[in-house]
Every structure is written in C-alpha cells, then in structure tokens.
Design a protein around this ligand. Structure first.
Ligand SMILES: [Zn+2]
Ligand SMILES: [Zn+2]
Length: 319
C-alpha cells in the first residue's frame, strides 16, 4: 500500500471522527469533490521542459504524485508593461495601473504628479522640475528599490524592473495531480506563491503595498495585472482578463489557472457578468462539474484568492 492510500485512510478516519461532533466544516473534508489538474490547458505555455510527474511532499506531509511544471514566466498571449510613465504629461497608455481601497487607477502622468494629494502626504514627489518622472531604469536601481527596505536614493521613485533582467529565470512548480482538501486555510505570507496562470506566469500573494508606499515609491502593475521583481520575474497580483481562458459549457466563469494545491482558479465573472456567491474565505466553492475551485478577486483587491483550502506543493526559482 503506498503512502497516498494511508493518507486517504487517515483523512477519512479524521472526517468520520469529526462528523460526530458539531463542526460542519470538518464534515466537508470527506465530501469535497476534487478534480485532477488538466495539463492539456498548458499546451500553449512557454515551458522550459515538458511537464512530468514526480513524487512530492505537500504542505501537511502527504506524499503525492505531483506535476512538475517548469516555465520561463513569459506570457505568450499578451505583452508585458508598460509600468511607469516617463513624463507627467504622459497619457494612460504610457503607464500601468495601481490599486487602492479596492479600486484600480490608471498610472498616467497626472496620477504620478498628483500622488501627494491622492495619499494626502506632501512628502511625495516622483518627478523632476522638468516634468520627467523618476523611474528605476537600470537593474541596479530596480533591485535597490524592489525590496522591503528601499535604498534611500530610490525613495520617491516609480519602480519598475524589466523582464530582460531576469530572462534566464526558470520557475518550477510542484502541484498535486489531484488536490487534497484540507481546510488549513490561512493567509499567504509575503512572496508565497498562490498558483500559476495557464500561460505559465506566477500568481503571487498580495503586493506589500504598505512597505512600497511608506518609501514613497509606486510599483505599478501593467494593464494585465503583472510586474517584475528580482526574485520571481514577471508575476501577477491581479487578473484583468488578458490571459488565456478555458470557456465552460454551462456559462460558468472560465478557468484561468491553478492554485498551488491543484484546485482550479476561475475568473471572477460568469458569461452573464455575475460573480459567484457563497464563496468561502479562500474564495472557493464547489459545484458538480468542477468540484471544489476558486474564483479570483476583483482586480483592485490586491488578492488573487484568499487562501489555500488544500495541501499545497512548492515553487522554486533557478537561474
Ligand atoms: Zn509583485
Ligand atoms: Zn464557481
């Protein structure tokens, strides 16, 4: 008998024991329908090597068959950037987006020049007297600014890193073939991977906006919700509808990616423009066709999903 079966038996026993008690949440463990990850959805993805199956240890110690998905983190269906406009007269097509209070704002020249007023803090000044915007143009500058303790000289800058600085990064995901529902929940820590979009780009945990703003820096996303950091390269903090989607025959929101626990991540809206109701704290729910799955949050919410409901795999970046 392999370890997976022991795990299943163990979990069933836990579920049976708990089902005698008052908690409805633990009863769910035995009932949740988990659909295997479908790797054919990665057919167009820029893979570093073909997807394979390996044994891997999940977050709560289960040994599982996992897909090993190695990607270059370069989207094939949309371009990356722009992020920072370069002049305070620039229109919104020269810059990306920023989110605040659940809303998305275009980062155009006016937004940058007006940011002190926007945040009610006169220490902001992201531009020079000639109207040019202070942007972290070089790799040294981006790395001095894109970290928790922003170097003094890069405070009051619009921060962007170019994908070309990190073109040799290979990101490898180990994600269970079939998810294990677990109710571990819990918020994502900084930099913890949330999952992978079907184009192979990383869904990252919420951007550390407090630290970014405290240094009077702005780290815009492009219109597709992505930007670059020195650790993982290009990654998303929002899903804005740019990336490859798998339509659902019943009009349910399309599949756009997979979470680190192997459950599908679906877009926010169904074909009637309605968002899902009865989502749990992780933004998940279950239906007969898709089993348990997630729906992404609003683009302005700085949150792809709330947490992971299953035991999750791991992500590693090498270069
Ligand atoms: Zn980021
Ligand atoms: Zn749904």
């Amino acid at each position: 008998m392999d370890k997976n079966i022991y795990f299943f038996l163990g979990m069933s026993l836990v579920a049976i024991l708990h089902s005698c008690g008052p908690s409805s949440r633990s009863q769910v463990i035995s009932n949740v329908k988990s659909i295997p990850l479908d790797i054919s959805h990665f057919n167009d993805t820029k893979l570093y090597e073909p997807i394979s199956v390996v044994k891997c240890e999940l977050s709560r110690g289960a040994i599982a068959d996992c897909y090993k998905i190695s990607v270059t983190s370069v989207p094939h269906e949309h371009k990356m950037g722009p992020w920072c406009p370069t002049h305070i007269d620039d229109s919104k097509d020269k810059g990306g987006i920023w989110f605040e209070g659940g809303k998305v704002y275009d980062v155009d020249g006016h937004f940058v020049s007006n940011i002190g007023e926007f945040y009610k803090d006169e220490k902001w000044k992201l531009y020079n007297d000639d109207g040019s915007i202070k942007v972290t143009v070089t790799q040294k500058a981006c790395e001095g600014a894109a970290k928790p303790r922003v170097e003094e000289i890069y405070k009051n800058h619009c921060v962007e890193c170019q994908p070309s600085f990190y073109h040799d990064h290979i990101t490898t995901y180990l994600i269970p073939k079939t998810p294990f529902y677990n109710t571990t929940g819990g918020r994502f820590g900084r930099g913890e991977p949330v999952g992978i979009a079907l184009n192979g780009v990383n869904y990252d945990s919420p951007a550390p906006t407090e630290a970014i703003l405290k240094a009077h820096t702005l780290a815009p996303l492009d219109d597709c919700g992505g930007h670059v950091n020195p650790h993982v390269g290009y990654h998303y903090h929002a899903a804005t509808g740019c990336t490859v989607e798998v339509e659902q025959a019943d009009g349910h929101a399309p599949l756009i990616g997979y979470a680190m626990d192997g459950y599908g991540i679906y877009a926010l809206l169904d074909t009637n423009g309605q968002s899902s109701i009865n989502l749990d704290e992780c933004r998940g729910h279950e239906d007969a066709t898709r089993g348990y799955h997630y729906h992404v949050g609003e683009p302005g919410g700085n949150q792809i999903i709330g947490c992971l409901s299953g035991q999750y795999g791991s992500m590693k970046v090498s270069h």
